[in-house]
Design a protein around this ligand. Structure first.
Ligand code: DAH
Length: 347
């Protein structure tokens, strides 16, 4: 029996030494220490021993059990540590591997230019406002002094919603002048950017939807000089200090006098020619039209409850796409709306 116990001890310790997983350890525990295990089997035979031998063998069996248990605990601890180590190694993150780059978007070029323009006017004390794209004809036309029968009111030019032609998609941002003056008393300065709609076929310079930026300043003693000062300051900031501007007489029903502002073509410098060919940027004009403007018509002020004998003001309306094309040297309006990322990524 002594020999049997000694064999179990040696075998168990060696097996535990060699075990390499928690499952193998559990198997060995059952094999040696379990109810039907080898050690238990030997102990069951104790009854057959003599009274002198029994306590000696009992003590020996207990020592063997204790030794196996200790070894089992040690093996458990060391295997646990090894398993943890392996797991940590397998799950380790190499922070030095370059990450997968995420494609970052950016503001649309037209919005970049809009933001620049807004910032400049805000710096000059203008309030930026928003208004409806579905507009009443009275705001879009009548109260701006555009009478019945004016060509711009024609159904071939304007998108109407009803048979009476009283609701439409605004054809200009100028109705924002009326909306603002209805709710604000002079002195006032406002800037109203937004979408406008006209029945135009799309080509390099036309689109049935485009953006305008309306400006309005009303106070006592506002003159055409203020208009020129404000607009030249802004245009030089946008197109460069050395850009050349001119004002031309024009007609708009809601301003008197009215004018248009042009910038000398940056490509041909006003000559209309590049290397003997007609300049493609200004089509030989030498000048690029930037905006319409003028002194607010007394009738328009009156329509908004503002006394034209006390107050005067200037207004202007510019095409945002045109500004963006000039600012970013884009030669086809449609590129701005196509949103081809190969185009957009250039800005
Ligand atoms: N609304 C005009 C247009 O669409 C542009 C314009 C001209 C606006 C003169 C103004 C202005 O405020 O004073 O053609």
């Amino acid at each position: 029996m002594k020999q049997q116990l000694e064999n179990i001890r040696l075998e168990a310790l060696a097996a535990l030494e060699a075990a390499d997983s928690p499952a193998a350890l559990e198997e060995l525990r059952v094999k040696y220490l379990g109810k039907k295990g080898e050690l238990t089997a030997v102990l069951k035979m104790m009854g057959k021993l003599s009274a002198e031998e029994r306590p000696v063998m009992g003590a020996l069996a207990n020592t063997v059990r204790a030794e196996i248990e200790t070894k089992l605990d040690e093996a458990k601890a060391s295997i646990g540590a090894k398993v943890l180590e392996a797991k940590l190694a397998a799950e380790a993150i190499d922070v030095t591997i370059p990450g997968e780059s995420v494609a970052m978007g950016h503001q649309h070029p037209m919005n970049q230019v809009l933001q620049e323009i807004k910032d400049m006017f805000v710096g000059m004390g203008y309030q930026v406002v928003d208004g409806p794209e579905v507009e009443l004809a009275s705001y879009n036309f009548s109260r701006l002094n555009i009478e019945e029968g004016h060509p711009s009111r024609d159904r071939s030019d304007t998108f109407y919603f009803n048979d009476e032609d009283s609701i439409l998609l605004r054809t200009q941002t100028s109705p924002m002048q009326i909306r603002y003056m209805e709710n604000h008393q002079p002195p006032l300065c406002m800037l109203a950017p937004g979408r406008v709609f006209r029945k135009d076929e799309a080509d390099a310079t036309h689109s049935p939807m485009f953006h305008q930026i309306e400006g309005l300043a009303v106070a006592e003693n506002i003159t055409m000089g203020d208009l020129k000062g404000a607009l030249v300051t802004i245009m030089k900031k946008i197109y460069g200090e050395d850009s050349v501007m001119r004002f031309r007489p024009h007609h708009f029903p809601f301003t008197e006098p009215s004018c248009e502002m042009d910038m000398q073509c940056h490509k041909c410098h006003g000559t209309g020619e590049v290397d003997g060919n007609v300049c493609s940027t200004c089509h030989g004009e030498g000048w690029i039209e930037l905006l319409g403007a003028g002194m607010v018509h007394p009738e328009v002020l009156r329509n908004c409850g503002i006394d034209p004998d006390k107050y005067s003001g200037f207004a202007f309306g510019m095409g945002l796409e045109r500004m963006a094309m000039g600012r970013l040297k884009i030669n086809d309006l449609r590129l701005i709306f196509d949103n081809d990322v190969r185009f957009l990524n250039q800005f």
